[in-house]
Design a protein around this ligand. Structure first.
Ligand SMILES: *Cc1c(COP(=O)(O)O)cnc(C)c1O
Length: 434
């Protein structure tokens, strides 16, 4: 049989990476133990020197979490994965792995509200200056934003909730010219619809809370490394641009992560330093449940997309709907980019405005019977939300508009119910707004 990474996507969903031994459990076991037993000091010393991949203490990983990370890496086509306690933690540690106070990061504006706050408020307090820019501007203009202390370029494949499609090849080219990694949050697209590493991304992040889990059971995140970035790149003065990756680390007896771990260096350091120090570990139960969800990712995404297309078609023709944004709809601003990067479908999240603005939007929500009002997307249940009064309420109206949030915007994540039933519910709620 071929190597698991060379098998089809569907096969990797079902079989990667856990494999039962003879008479072993077919399903990934939940290893609910905080610690692991050893019988001599030498074996434990090897763990602390990062000479052994064996488990030691649950903050630093467990067999269940390891299997989940390996599956995520297999699905994204990466060389390694590192789980985190949430999507927020995944994005945070992906930057802290290579940035420190005094560094500069470039980020597209059309990103998740939680990530925007993390970047704009909390990272700023830590001395990391995140500069936001219009992600649709030309390559040269992005590169022109570079500063000597720029350390990463960040964007979301499918912006949540702006639903902008990132031009992955443009971002990869800009990052390559700046000699910094291109980090992309692939939560809303999922590897079933788009694998950014194939277009030159270096690091992929996820909130696995959404489609990866898919059943609304577990908060979680993951960082996947492409194994395609040279961490020895230098600044103009000849010093290392990424000393955390390619210079000796004093907390590990002078170990050089890139030299020792090569194309798994980024994730190894995430675990050995950031998960160790910050403690944002994924719990084994959450890893198990999310792994369970990933086994059906491909079939679920296919159906999510089919239902979303039907719902988008209905909404776009409805007299009470002012506007709709769904990159899978012909005529959408991002339709061509979606066709290019997500030929199997532009995901299942869309946004639209009900005629009558904010008040009408709220009335529409109140009249829904089947669709659920929840702070969530990527679930088997069709989910709706009004971002201006919920997820993005901490942002000023100006910042909301910059992130693509109109005050009357309704975000809809189309689930796996019978499409006619979803449409009937939306239809009766829209009728009551008139
Ligand atoms: C939800 C989300 C996050 C944050 O993830 P949590 O698991 O809620 O911490 C980050 N990025 C995107 C695109 C998201 O949708």
């Amino acid at each position: 049989m071929k190597d698991m990474k060379d098998l089809g996507f569907e096969t990797r969903c079902v079989h990667g990476a856990y494999k039962a031994g003879s008479a072993g459990p077919q399903n990934l076991p939940i290893v609910q133990s905080t610690t692991y037993r050893y019988y001599n000091a030498q074996d434990v010393a090897e763990l602390f020197d990062l000479d052994s991949p064996n488990p030691m203490y649950a903050r630093l990983g467990s067999p269940t979490v390891d299997a989940f990370e390996q599956k995520m890496a297999l699905l994204e086509g990466g060389t390694a994965g590192m789980a985190a306690s949430s999507g927020q933690a995944a994005n945070l540690i992906s930057l802290l792995n290579i940035c420190e106070a005094g560094d500069h990061v470039l980020s597209g504006t059309n990103i998740y509200g939680g990530t925007y706050n993390l970047f704009n408020v909390t990272l700023r307090k830590l001395g990391i200056d995140v500069e936001f820019f219009d992600q649709d501007m030309p390559l040269e203009d992005i590169v022109a934003l570079q500063r000597p202390n720029t350390r990463a370029l960040f964007g979301e494949t499918l912006g949540n909730p702006a639903l902008s499609v990132l031009d992955l090849e443009k971002f990869a080219a800009a990052a390559a010219q700046m000699k910094v990694p291109f980090i992309v949050d692939n939560t809303l697209a999922t590897p079933a619809l788009c694998r950014p590493i194939e277009y030159g991304a270096n690091i992929v992040t996820h909130s696995t809370t959404k489609f990866a889990d898919g059943h609304g059971t577990s908060i979680g995140g993951c960082v996947i490394e492409g194994g395609n970035f040279d961490w020895t790149v230098k600044n103009d003065d000849g010093s290392l641009k990424f000393p955390s990756m390619a210079a000796p680390d004093e907390s590990y007896h002078g170990l050089n992560f890139y030299e020792k771990f090569g194309d798994a260096a980024f994730c190894t350091r995430l675990k050995a330093v950031l998960i160790r120090d910050l403690g944002c570990t994924m719990a084994p139960m959450n890893a198990y449940l999310t792994h369970q969800g990933l086994q059906t990712l491909d079939v679920r995404m296919e159906r999510h997309v089919k239902n979303a297309n039907a719902v988008a078609e209905f909404l776009s023709n409805h007299p009470m709907v002012d506007w709709i944004i769904y990159p899978g709809l012909e005529g959408d601003k991002y339709y061509d980019l979606a066709q290019k990067y997500m030929p199997k479908g532009a995901g299942a999240v869309m946004s639209f405005g009900v005629k009558g603005g904010r008040a009408a939007g709220e009335k529409f929500l109140e009249n829904l019977e089947l669709c659920s009002i929840v702070v969530h997307v990527g679930d088997i249940h069709t989910s709706v939300l009004h971002p201006a009064s919920t997820t993005h309420r901490q942002l000023s109206e100006e910042a909301q508009l910059a992130a693509g949030i109109d005050p009357g915007l309704i975000r809809l994540s189309v689930g796996l119910e019978t499409p006619e039933d979803i449409i009937a519910d939306l239809s009766q709620a829209l009728d009551k707004v008139k």
